[in-house]
Design a protein around this ligand. Structure first.
Ligand code: WTA
Length: 647
């Protein structure tokens, strides 16, 4: 951690939506009188029936209830599109940069977006989708992904986007969990010069789903796919015959907008539910202030719409603000390591928001990939998804930002809907590696293990006192899981699952998860998911998975595997298991290390001592701590002697 302070450059403070003084005043007001504060800011949306109640919130365990603007009605798509038609019809809403730099970019104006989304909404209706129905979206990073999301919002259907890198099994689990009646996919997904057969994946997934689930296929590459008559529909065929107009449905503020599956410390991924108005108020307000978005600028968030960052900061936040949002289908290193910077150069990007893992990977390729591009339009840089190490921060600041662009290190989660802790470019002096200070209305606390609030400089777990409008409302189909995951351990708070330190200036430094969730290349993964994939293999008796520090990915996946009696531990089997996990979950879950473990360290009651496994994976075996409570302490010696670090 570094103690360097980077002051706000005067030219950034100048004209910024929020300066230091305004931040302090607004922040104070937002905490002292949240009802008044959000009553004012909820009006940034266009309401059909304005709200009279701002909030109805109880964090009281076990009757947790969260409602914002509960008696208002509105439509999310109308707020992201229709209301901009008067002044911005011809302005670019979505700027699409395809995977292949030879393929032409597309500039989709707000008027075109309106037409496309209306058409898409009518196609959904033709297929029988109604208000409240669930629709799974399994698409590449193409404009149709945004159209599909907004079309659902327009007719009041609830979308659940599944990252196109997920396996057929992972897709099927999500379709079944939310009871979707329609899956939207594309023929193929080009990415990094390669192509994933998305339709084929969807076919495999649907074999595990109900017979009534339909499949809508958008054309991306035009390659041939198999076809199931009566179940599969070509988007383009239906779009050609539907009405062009589609009136937005009047939705209650608290009607669900989307479900997004995310990993937790136990069990299968859970369906995080976000509702309509509070989510949009929060996503748009954070987008405006955290990035100091100014009219006419090109804003680029490199995330995928399969993650929450893509929902809030590619689609909903920017479009609600009438911004120009860039959607990029490709990867940072193809055709070469200058791709990001070529895109910034070509489209004159002002605001660039990415993940530390991408920066670390690019940093290793050398500065020449950057210096050959013109990055003079860049004004604000951002990071998200994991802690950023000071080396990567400094490189980003110096080489990409030429020392003049503030870096907003934004801390938040799928559950929080939007950014909770982050600098504001014109207001907050930066400290490399710190997410700095809370956004308006967010009241973070540092708790000790017993749940006591710590004052001043402190290290502990990060929790949030009181609600903000973008907060998740429930776990789809399992409100009890919502309550027990986030509100049981520390009564009266939302528990984030992250550890943190608050320094003497009141800056927050996120230190990473304190539960069994790991963060691999900015992607959240439950170790339990990888374990259950491993034990599903016929040759595996038992498995334990932990994270370990990885130079590029942040954390790598370290698996301890106990094989069935009589099975030979060979290199071929190691590869087979690695490929197995990849097909069960997706490429992002591919193990980095598989260590054969004749036994796992367990307490006498049979609980695996993960603390010890973590230490071995981190190569910190001098400090294994107390092993006397283990059923068989000799197991540990074997694991230490054969750890990946000793090979
Ligand atoms: C981690 C992504 C440090 C954290 C928006 C959190 C971060 C998890 C940061 C959520 C940051 C996110 N600094 N850690 N700026 N941003 N994290 O749900 O551990 O995919 O709990 O949401 O990522 O990951 P999720």
């Amino acid at each position: 951690m570094s103690d360097t302070v980077v002051p706000v450059p005067p030219e950034v403070a100048n004209g910024a939506s929020i300066d230091a003084e305004k931040y302090e005043a607004m922040y104070k007001a937002s905490i002292q009188d949240p009802v008044k504060f959000w009553d004012d800011h909820g009006r940034r949306l266009d309401w059909i029936r304005p709200y009279s109640t701002v909030r109805n919130v109880s964090y009281s365990y076990p009757d947790v209830q969260i409602e914002w603007f509960g008696d208002g009605t509105m439509n999310v798509a109308a707020n992201c599109i229709d209301r901009h038609l008067e002044n911005r019809a011809e302005q670019t809403a979505i700027l699409f940069e395809p995977d292949d730099p030879e393929e032409e970019a597309q500039h989709i104006s707000y008027a075109q977006l309106h037409a496309e989304v209306s058409k898409f909404a009518n196609v959904l209706k033709t297929l029988g989708v109604r208000k409240g129905d669930r629709v799974v979206i399994y698409l590449p990073m193409i404009p149709a992904a945004a159209y599909a999301m907004l079309a659902c919002a327009r007719i009041g259907a609830i979308h659940s986007v599944v990252f196109a890198g997920f396996s057929p099994d992972a897709l099927a689990d999500r379709v079944n969990d939310c009871g979707a009646k329609l899956v939207i996919t594309a023929d193929h997904a080009p990415r990094g010069g390669r192509s994933t057969p998305l339709k084929t994946n969807a076919d495999k997934a649907l074999r595990r789903c109900g017979d009534d689930v339909k499949l809508l296929v958008v054309r991306r590459t035009g390659e041939q796919t198999t076809w199931v008559e009566g179940r599969d529909f070509h988007y383009e065929t239906l779009a050609a015959i539907v009405e062009p107009e589609c009136k937005p449905e009047e939705m209650n503020a608290e009607d669900p907008l989307f479900i997004l599956y995310t990993s937790g410390s136990t069990g299968k991924p859970k369906g995080v539910v976000h509702t309509s108005a509070g989510y949009l108020v929060y996503a748009s307000m954070t987008h405006e202030h955290v990035f100091d978005y100014r009219d006419g600028e090109v804003y680029w968030c490199t995330a995928d719409v399969g993650w929450v960052t893509g929902h809030s900061y590619i689609v909903y936040g920017p479009l609600a603000n009438g911004a120009t949002t860039l959607m990029f289908e490709g990867v940072p290193t193809w055709p070469d390591a200058s791709r990001f910077w070529q895109v910034v150069d070509k489209h004159k990007v002002s605001i660039f928001y990415t993940a530390p893992t991408a920066l670390r990977a690019l940093m290793g390729k050398g500065d020449q990939w950057i210096t050959k591009c013109d990055l003079s339009t860049l004004r604000i840089l951002g990071t998200v998804g994991e802690p950023i190490n000071p080396e990567a921060w400094n490189w980003y600041h110096r080489v990409v930002g030429k020392g003049k662009c503030p870096i907003v290190d934004t801390w938040w989660q799928t559950e929080t809907g939007g950014i909770l802790i982050s600098p504001l470019p014109g207001a907050t002096p930066l400290k490399p590696g710190s997410a700095t200070r809370p956004f308006f209305g967010v009241n973070p606390v540092v708790l000790d293990d017993q749940g006591n609030e710590l004052e001043g400089e402190a290290t502990g777990v990060l929790a949030i006192k009181d609600s903000w409008p973008g907060q998740m409302r429930t776990v789809w189909g399992d409100h009890a899981r919502f309550v027990s995951t986030y509100f049981e351990m520390f009564k009266g708070y939302y528990f984030s699952g992250d550890g943190c330190r608050r320094d003497a200036d009141g800056y927050y430094w996120i230190t990473g998860r304190v539960d069994d969730v790991i963060n691999v290349s900015g992607h959240r993964m439950g170790t339990a998911e990888v374990e259950s994939a491993l034990v599903a293999h016929e040759k595996v008796a038992e498995a334990a998975v932990v994270g370990y520090p990885h130079d590029i990915k942040g954390q790598g996946i370290y698996c301890y595997v106990t094989l069935m009696e009589g099975v030979e531990p060979t290199e071929a089997l190691r590869k087979e298991l690695s490929d197995w996990v990849r097909t069960e979950i997706g490429p992002i879950a591919k193990p980095d290390v598989i260590q054969w473990a004749p036994g796992l360290p367990k307490t006498r009651s049979g609980k695996i001592m993960r603390r010890i496994l973590r230490k071995i994976a981190e190569n910190d075996t001098g400090a294994l701590g107390d092993t006397s409570t283990l059923a068989d302490p000799a197991v540990v010696d074997d694991l230490v002697a054969n750890s990946a670090h000793k090979q």
